[in-house]
Unconditional design. Structure first.
Length: 210
């Protein structure tokens, strides 16, 4: 910093202190410091279940084991988990959910991860059918949400040749350097999916990140 600029800054700070005005210095976190844990959904934030209350598990550091093995999300969200966290949710019946949040080193990296998750979700039906010819997978795009830097919501239905059907709702959102994914699922088809309530859940998830 040029000498005259530094002197001017010091003079200003001294004047503020003399006037009794509090001066707060914002310090950057030390290099290599662990990131603070982003905010997570609570059980009450999930789409209401008709006959069972939601139970939330603990917020846990790392990559969710279920997500690491997931054809839709594992490639983008799996890894060493140093800057990722997850939380599982369950009901007493067949409905469950999870939230996975990843903090990237830069906004650019977070934008890249956000785009990657969207691409992987769109590609997921093809991967499922390729891995298991006995399963038919269909994706619906439920559009974007105007929250922070944006969110996108999808529905994924799978049906096996012997009649088993499952429905999932998936969303990905971003706030600055942080990306979060919400994954809800139960037995059923698109008609059983609480899309409107899930969009509200997604908006809450992104708003809670910081």
């Amino acid at each position: 910093m040029p000498k005259h600029t530094r002197a001017g800054a010091l003079t200003t700070l001294t004047a503020l202190a003399a006037a009794g005005i509090a001066v707060t210095t914002v310090l950057a976190p030390p290099a290599g410091a662990a990131p603070s844990v982003p905010g997570f959904l609570a059980a009450k934030d999930l789409p209401p279940h008709a006959t069972s209350a939601w139970t939330a598990g603990p917020v846990t550091a790392g990559a969710s084991p279920e997500v690491e093995q997931d054809r839709c999300l594992g490639m983008a969200l799996g890894g060493d988990g140093r800057h990722s966290w997850y939380r599982g949710f369950r009901t007493d019946l067949d409905t469950s959910a999870r939230q996975v949040t990843v903090e990237q080193p830069s906004v650019s990296a977070a934008k890249g991860l956000f785009s990657r998750v969207n691409r992987d979700i769109r590609s997921c039906p093809g991967w499922i059918e390729q891995a298991d010819p006995e399963t038919e997978a269909t994706l619906k795009d439920y559009g974007t949400l105007d929250v922070e830097e944006g969110a996108h919501v999808y529905g994924l239905h799978t049906e096996t040749s012997w009649g088993a059907t499952d429905i999932r709702l998936l969303s990905v959102g971003r706030d600055g350097r942080t990306v979060t994914v919400v994954d809800w699922g139960q037995l059923g088809d698109f008609g059983d999916a609480p899309v409107k309530a899930f969009k509200k859940t997604t908006t809450t998830a992104v708003n809670k990140l910081h």
